[in-house]
Design a binder for this molecule. Sequence first.
Ligand code: SF4
Length: 152
Amino acid sequence: MGLIAQCIPQGYCHTCTGCCRFAAADSCWVPRLLEEETKEFAGLRVVQDSPAAQFRCEFLDPGANACRVYDRRPFECQLYPFVLCRRGTRTFVCADPACVFVRENKHRPEFQAFARQLLRHLSTPSLLDLIRRNPHLVQEYDGVEAIGEIEL
Ligand code: SF4
């Protein structure tokens, strides 16, 4: 499976300290792994550098503010700033407005075109099958904005 295309320009995220850090170890924002990723990323854990610090993914290099496994990062990390969100029995592809890039660009035609293309990509039979086999990726996120529905 190839990487999911990313809408955020390379380098943009290095100035932001939002991603890969979590308020709690069991936060819904901690990446869930695909079944086929569990062996490679068995070490994906959240750690806390001090009792007062946020939790962070163990693969985040806090000094460089970069992912140590970026080129082979898990599917859910590739998808972000989009997530798969459950609303009742339905599943939506949503954008996270907590991401600065989303907030600044969500009304731009280029961003909307990217989001529509991602929705089409996630609606292809192979990706739908992948998501069906990994239902734990679909969660109830608060505050996210729906791009469109996928039919699982
Ligand atoms: S694997 Fe990389 S991109 Fe995913 S949460 Fe960890 S540091 Fe962030």
